[in-house]
Design a protein around this ligand. Structure first.
Ligand SMILES: [Zn+2]
Length: 150
């Protein structure tokens, strides 16, 4: 049976977590807001660095974040979800980007890809080029899972 003190302590922890999430929600600390199909992503200026957070809104809310938080899902994931819920218009919709890309020539597209890779070389991972992957929390956990079942 839960005592009042234990209930209060649990409530305090929840409030603290809620406060930590609230300080990020739809704040200038959440940048690069992007929606690609059912996936939303952003960068978050955290207390100890900049993190990349992503949520696949289908697929059982598959979440990735580059932060080292002990909590999982971390506060950044909650903040991203809440930000999208209350301010979806602040996200760039990739469908609109695609509409413009469809008007480009093949040479134009190749130049765009070249410029994207110059800006962020980890984009090469999307082309299957090894050594350019970005390690995320979720990928690290998947690796552990693979070891367990091997
Ligand atoms: Zn995080």
């Amino acid at each position: 049976m839960k005592t009042k003190a234990r209930r209060d302590a649990k409530k305090d922890r929840q409030n603290t977590m809620a406060d930590r999430i609230a300080e990020y929600v739809n704040s200038p600390r959440i940048t690069h807001r992007l929606k690609i199909g059912r996936i939303i992503s952003c960068r978050i200026q955290g207390n100890y660095g900049d993190y990349r957070t992503q949520i696949d809104m289908k697929d059982n809310k598959k979440i990735t974040c580059t932060c080292p938080s002990d909590y999982w899902p971390c506060k950044h994931a909650f903040a991203l979800a809440k930000t999208y819920e209350i301010a979806p218009e602040t996200f760039v919709d990739f469908n609109d980007v695609i509409k413009n890309l469809k008007k480009k020539t093949k040479t134009g597209l190749l130049n765009i890809i070249r410029n994207m890779i110059l800006r962020s070389s980890e984009s090469l991972a999307a082309l299957g080029i090894k050594g350019f992957e970005e390690e995320t929390r979720e990928e690290a956990e998947e690796d552990e899972t693979v070891d367990k079942f091997d």
